[in-house]
Design a protein around this ligand. Structure first.
Ligand code: F6R
Length: 243
């Protein structure tokens, strides 16, 4: 694991957008897995902007959605699907054959998980995974206590996730379960970026990088990834020991 401290959120997002664009230029069929939420928002905006400016060919890359709220449909603003659609699919006019997401409304969620694992296998694994970190240290919906060996799975959401998650929705919603790509996939991903910005993330970033590697603090798994990068702005990195 390596740690990069960028001056601010814009510098951090500019770096990530550049890496995404470069990956697709070098490997047009690359598989990119992305979290929704606030952290990667500007990276996506700058990425799609750069793709257009540089006329990068995005017709072959494949997109995977990291997770979804169970019971929330793709048309609901605040669902991960809706975020991906607005941030990536529409700006790049991706064809539906170029992405695979969990359906939060599926009646057979086990099958949704099996299907995701199958797609990842068929695509030959994930080239780049871009994730955020929750206030309880989760990545995707791999909540505290989740096995590091899990493939895709459904999980009861932690109380912190249920309450923080309200920020994505215009009106209060009942959030109880999540469906997510698991840590076995993260560990097998060729390159992983964990993004965090703002002072409210400073404590969880310190634990991620300097705390023990433990399933009770999921993001600590980043320490095990030989090509894992924790990318923070100065505020999120403020509590780190001098490096
Ligand atoms: C969302 C996801 C979550 C978020 C995390 C941080 O798809 O996977 O794990 O990345 O909760 O959320 P933000 O970025 O909104 O602070």
């Amino acid at each position: 694991m390596k740690v990069h401290i960028h001056k601010d959120y814009t510098a951090l997002s500019t770096f990530v957008a550049g890496e995404m664009n470069q990956l697709i230029k070098e490997n047009p069929g690359a598989v990119i897995c992305l979290a929704s939420g606030d952290s990667p928002k500007l990276s996506c905006e700058l990425f799609t902007q750069r793709v257009k400016e540089q006329k990068t060919d995005t017709s072959k890359f494949f997109f995977l959605g990291l997770d979804e709220w169970v019971g929330i449909g793709p048309d609901v603003p605040g669902s991960c699907h809706n975020d991906f659609k607005k941030r990536v699919f529409e700006p790049l006019a991706l064809s539906p054959a170029q992405y695979h997401l969990f359906n939060g409304l599926a009646t057979d969620l086990k099958r949704e998980c099996e299907e995701m694992d199958k797609v990842i296998g068929e695509k030959g694994g994930i080239d780049l995974m871009i994730v955020g970190i929750g206030m309880n240290g989760h990545i995707g919906f791999n909540e505290p206590g989740t096995s590091f060996n899990n493939l895709s799975h459904v999980i009861e959401l932690d109380e912190v996730t249920k309450s923080v998650g309200q920020k994505y929705f215009k009106e209060a919603v009942t959030l109880s379960k999540g469906i997510t790509i698991g840590f076995r996939h993260l560990q097998e991903t060729k390159k992983v970026f964990l993004l965090a910005n703002g002072s409210r993330k400073a404590e969880v970033i310190k634990k991620t990088i300097e705390g023990p590697v433990t399933e009770s603090f999921p993001a600590s798994i980043m320490q095990r990834h030989t090509n894992g990068f924790v990318l923070v702005d100065e505020e999120a990195g403020a509590l780190l020991n001098k490096r």
